[in-house]
Write a protein that binds this ligand. Structure first.
Ligand code: ZN
Length: 201
């Protein structure tokens, strides 16, 4: 993934937090999908829609997928994954939609644990998802830096939280928090929540 793609996905995660007025963790992914007019359904609840789109085979192949069809966008997911994983799956698919990876009539093919062989678009969707669900500036301000604490505060899997904790260690070393005006706006939007958590209310 080149730096421009990384930066685009990262900045988009901040913009989405700002535009949707998200002020607390854990981030509500269903509300965010709704704010962008994206129809969100589990495989079970979405079965008639999935059939109408002719995509039944996708359900067996993937933990989640997204579709752009007839001017509408859909995210479908397997509800039988652990809850933290479901949230990451949804955020990842929303990333594909908002980053413009899908043309009309197109759908994503798979959604799985990240691997180095993944296509660049998979990496950027993961950058978007991890930063949407676990914004580093907010975690830093909360003092939530261990994988266990990040997983609990953000309601994500421990595996995803470990990635995030590793990345935050790098940011800490560089003293890189709040370098972007967008990130500072995100932090300001979450400040009342941060103050509440820190005062133990
Ligand atoms: Zn993907």
């Amino acid at each position: 993934m080149n730096y421009d793609d990384y930066k685009q996905a990262r900045d988009l995660s901040w913009r989405v937090l700002l535009d949707t007025g998200t002020r607390e963790l854990p981030v509500k992914v269903s509300r965010i999908c709704g704010a962008y007019g994206v129809t969100l359904r589990s495989y079970q609840a979405g079965a008639p829609l999935i059939r109408a789109l002719g995509l039944e085979a996708q359900c067996g192949a993937s933990d989640g997928f997204s579709v752009r069809s007839g001017g509408r966008c859909y995210v479908f997911y397997n509800i039988e994954q652990p809850p933290g994983r479901v949230r990451f799956t949804i955020a990842h698919e929303l990333g594909h939609i908002l980053l413009g990876h899908l043309g009309d009539g197109e759908h994503t093919v798979y959604n799985r644990e990240p691997s180095p062989e993944d296509a660049p678009e998979e990496h950027t969707a993961n950058v978007f998802a991890s930063r949407l669900l676990a914004p580093a500036c907010v975690l830093h301000a909360l003092g939530a830096v261990t994988p266990e604490r990040i997983a609990a505060v953000c309601d994500i899997s421990l595996a995803a939280a470990r990635f995030r904790a590793g990345r935050m260690g790098v940011l800490d070393q560089r003293g890189k928090y709040g370098a972007s005006p967008l990130e500072r706006q995100v932090l300001a939007q979450f400040q009342p929540y941060i103050d509440r958590v820190k005062s133990g209310q």
